[in-house]
Design a protein around this ligand. Structure first.
Ligand SMILES: Cc1ncc(C[n+]2csc(CCOP(=O)(O)OP(=O)(O)O)c2C)c(N)n1
Length: 615
């Protein structure tokens, strides 16, 4: 039985030094890493983990636990040290930092049970924290979310997108702590130790602020004790020193991301050891015992009801789907970036206003907030024009790295949006989303398919992208048609087909028109709807192509690089299938949708010409 120690100011200051020692030992053993970035934050981390936060050290996933996000993920050693000193991981594991067979990676990942999201791409943690704080509010839970940021990191615009939204929604259960150690990676930060510069910014975004000495344990505990006062989120601006606690490291440039040699480590530890205390056995306050939120998926969702030939844009079908499933599935949360009347997420807002998060025009933050909501058992759907997700690619990439549960829905794809012009057209989105690890990329052509794919997205964990179109298209599937992910639909086929044409979205209908025109000239073609791009319905397409002399033409409203054609070619060319592509090869401009489909050679006439040249 370990004796329980009271977390006095002296004990906590001692634990901070113990965390510093672990950070030095681990990075020296690894031969790389960020000891000095860990050391500046050690007092704050010790205060949070051993003197303030309420959580079960042996049950890090408990839904009532306070959450901690290390936004400056390179300070991973100090986070690992805290979870060793609180007893979750064996202290002797710490020196396995960065080894292939250890989950103590260079930057934190959710391979570790106490890490909710991967961090290390700076500027993203506060957005995730906003999502967690929102989920606590939705579920009537009283856990708080603490985000530790670097001062250099605060140059990222996404930090201020997140700060803005937290202020707008008065997230008093969110605390940002900025470790202002003056130094970045290659030089001093822009504002050095000008704490006012950070305070002014947070204040401007509607936060309550506290400026403290980040190495004065008494002061740290004092401001933490006042967390939750008022209605605003709290920003603690802490003046610290990189390498704090060791004379030859403290406040010295040139030590970022550098492990100490064995000799240097011994000298540093000799300075720290006399003032170090173990955290083992220190009492950590448990959280509340509030009832668990309902995170179970319902057994079924209400049915859909379209008529054959009905004209419905797939973006509208997405809105209908969210509104349809929102009652049965309380996990669903909708986020939008001020495009809800274009993406049709407003249909969800009208029915379930409490579960709609207007993120305003800040797409990086919107994706991060969605990831945060997903970590708490929500099923977030973030929607905007497909093309504007490109500016949040790093957040999407990190969502993939975090194995997050987030659904992204991009409308207004391709030249078929028409008059608004090229800046509004999603023409790179398939390529971008395909490149994300573990992602699913779906592209419905009609309303039935769109709704069924949304059902799938709700039920299945992962980073998933739904590509929706602006123009209305006819319903071509019955309401009971199923659309398994990794499938494809043969929409037209005869025994005498000369080529397999693969389309999706508006180009499927151009392919069908082309099939009619070509049939009039005695040329029959197979037409396939590739509604599942990643994973691709390879087997269906391959089997169809085998019947058309292994000849395929893909047609897509997307640039050629990384789109549908590249996907089909990548999967089938190695099997001896010849794949030709029609795609948007030139810089697009404004015009009527049908004019643009013709100009960029992805309309039915272009398909007819191309097929004739190939068969
Ligand atoms: C988006 C992004 N850009 C650049 C880097 C490389 N990088 C890692 S740490 C760092 C300096 C961070 O400075 P600061 O936030 O002040 O943290 P600290 O000084 O505490 O290490 C940089 C530039 C990164 N990890 N992420």
């Amino acid at each position: 039985m370990i004796e329980t120690k009271e977390a006095s100011v002296e004990t906590l200051a001692g634990i901070a030094n113990q965390l510093r020692i672990h950070s030095i030992n681990a990075t020296t053993a690894a031969g790389s890493g960020h000891p000095t970035s860990s050391m500046s934050a050690a007092d704050i981390v010790a205060a949070l983990f051993f003197g303030h936060m309420k959580y079960y050290p042996n049950d890090p996933k408990n839904y009532n636990n306070d959450r901690f996000i290390l936004s400056k993920g390179h300070a991973a050693p100090v986070l690992y040290a805290a979870w060793a000193e609180n007893g979750l991981i064996p202290v002797n594991e710490l020196v396995r930092l960065r080894e292939l067979t250890s989950d103590l990676e260079g930057h934190p990942t959710p391979r570790l049970p106490f890490v909710d999201v991967s961090t290390g791409s700076l500027g993203q943690g506060l957005s995730v924290g906003v999502g967690m704080a929102l989920s606590a509010r939705l579920d009537n839970l009283d856990f708080r979310t603490y985000v530790l940021l670097g001062d250099g990191e605060c140059a990222e615009g996404s930090v201020w997108e997140a700060a803005g939204l937290a202020g707008i929604y008065s997230l008093k259960n969110l605390v940002a702590i900025v470790d202002v150690n003056r130094l970045g990676q290659s030089q001093a930060t822009a504002y050095g130790h000008d704490l006012k510069a950070y305070e002014n910014k947070f204040k401007a975004f509607g936060w309550r602020t506290e400026v403290i000495d980040g190495h004065d344990m008494e002061e740290i505990l004092e401001v933490l004790a006042a967390v939750g006062l008022g209605e605003q989120p709290l920003a603690i601006i802490a003046k610290t020193y990189k390498g704090a606690g060791v004379s030859f490291l403290q406040d010295k440039d040139g030590w970022h991301g550098k492990a100490l040699s064995k000799d240097e480590a011994a000298r540093a530890i000799a300075e720290l050891q006399p003032k170090a205390t173990s955290g083992i056995g220190v009492h950590v306050e448990p959280p509340s015992n509030l009832p668990a939120p309902n995170t179970a998926a319902p057994a079924s969702y209400p049915p859909i009801n379209y008529s054959m030939g009905q004209m419905v844009a797939t973006r509208e079908a997405f809105g209908n789907a969210l509104a349809r499933i929102g009652e049965a599935d309380q996990r669903v949360v909708s986020l939008d970036g001020d495009t809800k009347n274009s993406t049709f997420s407003e249909r969800f807002l009208k029915k379930f206003p409490a579960r709609f998060v207007e993120c305003f025009i800040a797409e990086q933050n919107m994706v991060g907030v969605g990831v945060g909501l997903g970590t708490r058992g929500k099923v977030p759907f973030a929607s905007t024009f497909a093309t504007f997700f490109t500016r949040a690619h790093d957040q999407v990439r990190m969502a993939g790295h975090s194995q997050a549960n987030i659904k992204l829905v991009g409308s207004h794809v391709g030249v078929s949006i028409g008059e608004d012009g090229g800046s509004q057209m999603g023409l790179e989105d398939i390529a971008m989303f395909r490149a994300v690890i573990g992602s699913t990329v779906l592209y419905p052509s009609d309303a039935v398919c769109a709704e069924k794919l949304v059902d799938h997205m709700v039920k299945t964990r992962g980073v998933m992208f739904l590509r929706t179109s602006r123009p209305k298209t006819p319903v071509i599937y019955k309401n009971d048609e199923e659309f398994p992910v990794g499938g494809a639909k043969i929409v037209r086929q005869s025994a005498s087909d000369k080529i397999t044409v693969v389309g999706a979205g508006v180009t499927l209908f151009e392919a069908l028109k082309a099939a009619d025109a070509l049939a009039g000239e005695g040329i029959n073609i197979t037409v396939i709807d590739a509604y599942s791009i990643k994973p691709l319905g390879k087997d269906v397409i391959k089997a169809a192509a085998a019947k058309t002399n292994n000849l395929i033409l893909t047609v897509e409203d997307h640039y050629p690089e990384g789109g549908l054609g590249d996907t089909v070619a990548g999967e089938l060319a190695p099997d001896g299938v010849r794949v030709h592509k029609l795609a948007v090869f030139d810089l697009p401009r404004s015009g009527k949708p049908e004019e643009l489909l013709a100009k960029y050679n992805i309309d039915s006439a272009a398909i007819v010409r191309k097929v004739k040249s190939l068969v």
